[in-house]
Design a protein around this ligand. Structure first.
Ligand code: TRH
Length: 376
């Protein structure tokens, strides 16, 4: 099936909304030959992920995707055949009216990722609209009965080839200002503010093993500065405390962020998209979940842990669950970290197995194309 697509992205905050839609748009073009327009209401956020982008351009082409500025004063366009509102963003009224007057159009709401049970029952359900428009809920997920997970073709093969090439890894890290020490544990840290950080850094600094912590510029820098007792950290800075070296990295393109995750032994990730990229990296990870009102995110966190830890040996499962809970509660991490380190070989083998098993399912872009082909 070849169709035209309009993907609407409203940037609520951070980079997840644009991160997911930009990745999907690129993949639909590159792997499925679709004609995709991506409407973005904050092109500055987009330009962080795609440095070639012009944040002032109304219309530009990036990686085969037509990227359009989504202004509050909407100028009418002919709706595409497939319309995706990402994360229940509100489409322009005039656009919906235009959609209602056309035959052969499909409207989907792409939802947030969750491992909760109810997702399977809700994926693909129609949501009746006035004017007889067909709108469906499309849920990404871990189960074969959901809409699948974003994963580019050949991702794990590219990952493995990069890992097998020490020189390529070294050159990649050096370009980011990092000289890897062979004996050091390499950790990436991409997370929201967290009061538990200092306690963990104390433990890493006092440890008998060397750690190199790679921190892309972002929201955690304030906590890092407070712990280091310095201000104004920026990309390129390196600080050492005891056995711990901390490198501040620039925010890089999505494909380079993957390479960073692939280089590391352990990755702290957050939100939605980096959380998945950490899983595809096939190494132990720690998820800082996006906090929701009234603690709704805890059910989501536990649902994922139940799934992820189901086949894992009890001691390793308990250790990882303890670490994830402590980090997300902003509590001290030193003890749960020791427990995780004590179960390291099991956790490494499990992370790799998890990525391979998930990669056996169809990915989100492929499932979207299949879904649309049967309904258009
Ligand atoms: O940035 P996030 O926290 O995003 C979100 C939003 O807050 C959103 O509103 C919320 O609903 C959602 O989380 C759950 O985390 P996420 O999803 O991991 O997005 C970050 C993106 O940034 C992801 O595509 C990876 C990318 N990235 C880079 O491209 N380069 C980098 O150097 C880094 C650190 C990240």
């Amino acid at each position: 099936m070849k169709a035209t697509w309009d993907i609407f992205c409203s940037v609520v905050d951070n980079y997840g909304d644009i991160g997911v839609t930009w990745r999907l748009a690129r993949q639909l073009v590159a792997e499925h030959g679709q004609a995709v327009r991506l409407w973005v209401d904050d092109l500055r956020a987009f330009a962080r992920l795609c440095p070639d982008a012009d944040p002032r351009a109304d219309r530009q082409w990036q990686r085969g995707v037509e990227v359009r500025a989504w202004h509050p004063d909407w100028r009418p366009v002919e709706p595409a055949e497939v319309v995706i509102e990402a994360f229940a963003c509100q489409l322009p009224e005039a656009y919906v009216q235009a959609l209602a007057g056309r035959q052969g159009r499909l409207w989907l709401n792409l939802e947030y990722l969750s491992a909760e049970d109810w997702v399977t029952g809700c994926h693909g359900l129609p949501s009746p609209q006035p004017d007889g428009l067909a709108k469906y809920f499309f849920f990404p997920g871990f189960d074969a009965a959901t809409g699948g997970l974003p994963r580019e073709r050949g991702l794990l093969e590219r990952r493995d080839a990069f890992r097998a090439d020490r020189q390529a890894q070294q050159a990649f890290l050096l370009a980011l200002g990092v000289q890897r020490r062979p004996e050091a544990l390499l950790i990436s840290l991409f997370s929201y503010e967290n009061p538990g950080l200092g306690n963990w850094l104390d433990a890493l600094a006092a440890s008998a093993e060397t750690t190199q912590l790679l921190v892309p510029e972002g929201r955690i820098l304030g906590d890092l500065e407070a712990w280091l007792g310095i201000a104004g950290l920026r990309a390129g800075d390196c600080q050492r405390r005891g056995a711990l070296s901390i490198h501040v990295l620039p925010f890089v393109e999505q494909d380079d962020y993957d390479r960073l995750l692939w280089c590391c032994d352990f990755n702290l990730v957050r939100g939605e998209d980096s959380f998945l990229r950490g899983q595809w990296a096939g190494r132990p990870l720690l998820w800082h979940i996006y906090q929701q009102e009234e603690g709704a995110h805890w059910a989501k966190l536990e649902a994922f842990l139940d799934l992820y830890l189901a086949d894992l040996e009890p001691a390793a499962a308990i250790a990882l669950r303890g670490l994830w809970r402590a980090w997300n509660a902003g509590e001290a991490l030193a003890e749960p970290w020791l427990a995780v380190r004590a179960n390291w070989p099991e956790l490494c083998a499990h992370a790799e197995r998890w990525a391979r098993e998930l990669a056996g399912q169809d990915d989100l872009a492929a499932k979207l194309v299949q879904f649309c082909a049967t309904r258009l």
